[in-house]
Design a protein around this ligand. Sequence first.
Ligand code: PLP
Length: 394
Amino acid sequence: MMRPNLFYADLKDSYLFFHISQKVQAYRQRHPDAHLYRMGIGDVSRPLCGAVIQALHEAVDDQASSERFHGYMPECGAPFLRAAVAEHYRRRGICLSDEEVFVSSGASDELGDILDLFDRDSSALIMEPAYPAYVDANVMSGHRIIHLPSGMDNGFVPEPCPEAAADVIYLCSPNNPTGAVFTRAQLEQWVRFANENGSVILFDAAYEAFIEDESLPRSIYEIEGARTCAIEICSLSKTAGFTGTRLGYTVIPRELVRCGMSLNGMWVRNRTTKTNGVSYILQKGGAAVFTDEGQRQIRENIQYYKENARLLTQALDEIGIWYCGGKNSPYLWLQCPDGRGSWEFFDYLLEEIQVIGTPGEGFGACGRGYFRFSTFGSREDTEEAARRLVRLLK
Ligand code: PLP
């Protein structure tokens, strides 16, 4: 009999968002006319910027022209986009060759696929609270998972410790859900630790564009020694509104070698086997993000979300609730007031002021008693949600 991948039986139900939607649905049935303020969403609300839309239109026209038509694309990415991404890093003082950049269909796809590079018997360190896909992708791959909890005492930024010596180390900065950002000194510690132990860091930089404090690293390659121990996974989803359009990129330096095998070379082999490249049209749209005009326009959208963050942090300050994130990140992570549990606080906000957030325990056991707000909603809803929070909790 065919034996399925039995590791799937070890997956826990993805209970968080299902449970939220059930609760919201039940509330809607009881209050069909109520407006709900969705501060839980991780999806963007601003449309793609003009420079991207124009490039997408032009690329569609190319596909209608026998001279400019593109069929299969190079599996590792179109040369024009690999070059644009490498140049984008160069402008920030990070030297990469175009061949170290791989175009992807988004960070989620890549975070799952990249596990092909690691042995079945690998261990994976996941610092919690964490983006739930890290755990699930490693369960599916049969990896041993080491959960490293973090908390208020370390600002939700854990330090290396002997138990953390895993084969694969996930670092997400700015973090989803906590909004915490690793400082240069903290990343230096992790890079040293990974090099000493032969680990590989998977650096999830999906939210790097939200870092405004210049002293904070936006890329792991700002840290000396990272080229021998880190893969960086990036996304245009939150940076440029590509959540529904799908595009990202991954950096694998040539110096990243384990057991004599180049991970860059292995990934080339993987991509040339498992993909036929990302759509030409989308890659043209993506390249527009890295032009001067594209950068200016995406900044406007990011500033819009940052103003939402300012409104919410101002409300939390006024109420006197402990939180982190919000400044260099689109997420705010708060301690539920009055000792309430995450789900209790969720129900309270929904019932009393129709504000929806995300209960912290959905991101790992140490998220119990915490709550996440996202700043990706509309300005109108965020303003009203902030007003309602102050009225209810002050
Ligand atoms: N990594 C983190 C930390 C995320 O929060 C998300 C999406 O919310 C992703 C990756 C996935 O991004 P993408 O839309 O590129 O798949």
